[in-house]
Design a protein around this ligand. Structure first.
Ligand code: TXA
Ligand code: MG
Length: 348
């Protein structure tokens, strides 16, 4: 990478933001009301001090995110939640004990006036998670304040899982990016809301699925698409730049797409549906490893010379559902057809 002053140049493209390993520099920026991209185990976040209105507004502005969309507050696992949370049930404490630090966001009733309304979206709840990534834990402890951090992508676009992906997502914005390597999980956290004591509703699917939660509390409910204030209310999300189609029937879909496109990039979950003679990638056969690759490979496909992307849907079971949810929000359905035998080789 060539540097001109504070401008970075990678393969002919100019980026304004610097990637750094200097944790204390990032702390200093955050203390001074700047925003910074931070690594987490799920995806990179675009962070602001949770008590700096100036910085929080910058996050909304840079992401082009509507102001009424609430943010997740990131805390160190050892911090006392009752500073911000009005009520903490025994069941929720059990969930915290089982899954924090880690990819589970919990929606809590907020203490009056404890949290800025830009964080809560003006609602009486606050979503909190304690990330597992050691660098963000060190950052939180050094800063001594919670951070709000939506995924570090422009609103509606695909989330970044490397520092370079953050840089590429915001070529003209200038903020520091803390390099924590490639995100170990690769998909956003699961979000749950306690609707009755010990009864949780999954608002957004992630790699902690309903079976994991049911092992600690009652069988959780899975949120439908109707609640516009909750995640997933948006019809499109996680979108690449190229046209993205999803299907259960790769061969059938390809025969339709070839009327309009010369060279689709095909992403499959089963080797048997792979076509020769086209750009293609087959995801690993376990859901954890496939999740790790999903956004990453969508970006590879997006940067290729292909003229559209076609992706196979993974099965509608277990935490494969988190991948399915992202794909169906990122693309458009082509040729609905279920061929269950495709999935037999996959592991739950
Ligand atoms: O894995 C993650 O959760 C990543 C990393 C960076 O931590 N963050 C993330 O943030 O995905 P974001 O802003 O892209 O998605 C957060 C979702 C939003 O869809 C928002 O609607 C929802 O969380 N949310 C935030 N506060 C909420 C609340 N009080 N009630 C319900 N949903 C809430
Ligand atoms: Mg997001």
């Amino acid at each position: 990478m060539v540097k001109f002053g504070s401008i970075a140049l990678l393969k002919g493209q100019i980026f304004m933001s610097d990637i750094t390993n200097d944790l204390l520099l990032v702390v200093e920026r955050l203390q001074n009301n700047a925003i910074a991209a931070i690594p987490t185990e799920t995806v990179y976040g675009l962070a602001a001090n949770a008590f700096s209105e100036v910085a929080i507004k910058k996050v909304f502005e840079v992401k082009n995110r509507p102001l009424n969309h609430p943010l997740i507050m990131h805390v160190a696992p050892e911090w006392d939640l009752t500073t911000w949370v009005a009520h903490l049930s025994d069941e929720t404490q059990a969930l915290i004990k089982a899954f924090w630090p880690g990819p589970l966001t919990i929606v809590f009733p907020v203490k009056p006036k404890a949290i800025h309304p830009l964080v809560t979206g003006g609602q009486n709840t606050v979503a909190i998670r304690a990330p597992r990534h050691p660098l963000v834990q060190a950052l939180l402890l050094e800063l001594g304040q919670p951070l709000v951090a939506p995924s570090a992508n422009p609103y509606g676009k695909i989330s970044p899982t490397t520092a370079q992906h953050v840089q590429q997502s915001f070529p003209v914005d200038d903020f520091i990016i803390l390099d924590g390597g490639r995100c170990a999980i690769g998909l956003e956290s699961t979000i749950v809301n306690e609707v009755a004591p010990g009864q949780y509703q999954i608002l957004r699917q992630g790699m902690i699925d309903e079976h994991d939660i049911a092992a600690i509390s009652a069988e959780p409910l899975i949120q439908g698409r109707s609640d516009t204030r909750a995640p997933g209310g948006l019809l499109t999300h996680y979108q690449p730049e190229k046209r993205l189609y999803y299907t259960d029937d790769i061969r059938g879909a390809l025969s339709i797409l070839e009327q309009q496109y010369q060279s689709p990039f095909v992403l499959t979950f089963s080797k048997s549906s792979c076509e020769s003679g086209v750009w293609s990638y087959t995801f690993p056969l376990t859901s954890d490893r496939a999740a790790y690759e999903l956004y990453y490979q969508l970006r590879v496909a997006d940067l290729s010379l292909a003229d559209c992307i076609l992706i196979e849907l993974p099965p509608n079971i277990g935490n494969w559902r988190a991948l399915r949810e992202k794909i169906t929000k990122a693309g458009e359905l082509i040729l609905p057809h279920i061929n269950e035998t495709n999935y037999l080789e996959l592991e739950a």
